[in-house]
Design a protein around this ligand. Sequence first.
Ligand code: FAD
Length: 384
Amino acid sequence: MPETNLQDQPNIYDLVVVGASFAGLIAARTAAHRGLKVAVIDAKTEPGARVRTTGILVKEAIDECDIPSSLTRKIPGVRLYAPNKKHVDLFAPGYYFLATDTPAIMRWLAREASRAGADLFFGTRFEDATLTDDLVHLHGMDIAARYILGADGAKSRVAKVFGLGRNTEFLIGLETEYEETPTVDPDFLHCFIDSALAPGYLGWVVPGVSMTQAGVAVSNSMLGAPRKPDLSTFLKRTDPHFALWNCEPLRKRSGPIPCGGLVSPLSTHRVLLTGDAAGLVSPLTGGGIRLAFQYGRKAGAAIANYLQDGGADPGAVMAREYPSFGMKTWMRRLWSAAPPNAVLNATLFTPPMLALAKWIYFQKRGVKTGPRKNRQPKLNHSLV
Ligand SMILES: Cc1cc2nc3c(=O)[nH]c(=O)nc-3n(C[C@H](O)[C@H](O)[C@H](O)COP(=O)(O)OP(=O)(O)OC[C@H]3O[C@@H](n4cnc5c(N)ncnc54)[C@H](O)[C@@H]3O)c2cc1C
């Protein structure tokens, strides 16, 4: 049976989404378009504040959400560097990545959710809540909800309050933004594999939207001292090529990236997690934005089906929908062991390792190696 429509009671929402970022805003837009009375709350002061992510979109992300092209920059290839600075260029026909003006995309997503009818509350932190009679009462604010969607990131407070699964394995990323510089070839994401500089992940230099981004992420160490991203050493080592070491940073971005796969449990009565809060991040690449778009939207739809039409429990629906990341989680653990640089130098550009790199970056899209304008089926190893 459909439940009573509560739209006449101003402080009772059908759905409260905690977290106004990629996952939460897409979910809110979908649920509001489907007729739910939706609120989104976020601790940040405005939608574009406190950006933590590099914001690179894989091409599939814009199949999930049509982002205005004026807020992005196409990057057709990946230049992959070994520790000894030899590199290889990877492209796939018709494929590209998108650098983004991430704060502007957040503001655009917020406008989209608002235009669909959602109420957005910034500067509003979710601290605690109680479930009574199928209504979740949010403490410290005059809001109750028939359903809560926790889209509040890697260290989800919603997960903690409702006793849901929490992320335990992380990459730690640190990035700085600089003015746009001609030293960075705009055709490439520049990715540096180096177990001394970036154990368990990589360093990157990105030709961003009207700026340059440079960053490093490291994985949790399974043994020994905790690892920290050393951006300063990365910038010094890559300075002969990009000359960023002496540049004035404009802004910093940093944060934990879940890399241990889905959390469990994902839901309880009237509460579901999505996005980073659910562990929806590729354990290998650390990419979570496409998954936030894809499954945030589906979570919003599942909640609407449940509340409006007596559809199946959204927690059960999304547990079937969310990816399990099985093999990628194990590959992540291997990569976190950070093989010595000598091993990386000897093996990175061998056919099996290149096949793996192509699979990670481009899946199965007929990847080419070599100069883009004159693609050759041979590697283009050259010194930086
Ligand atoms: C340094 C770094 C670089 C990254 N680079 C990329 C990349 O290039 N490409 C990619 O695909 N992925 C990248 N990721 C991962 C990607 O950013 C995340 O997967 C993505 O942001 C997840 O979106 P989300 O909506 O689930 O959560 P988030 O973007 O983490 O947003 C969570 C929101 O919840 C709010 N919030 C948190 N707690 C509360 C609370 N108690 N009350 C109210 N609001 C709260 C926060 O303010 C925030 O707005 C990167 C991550 C980091 C840290």
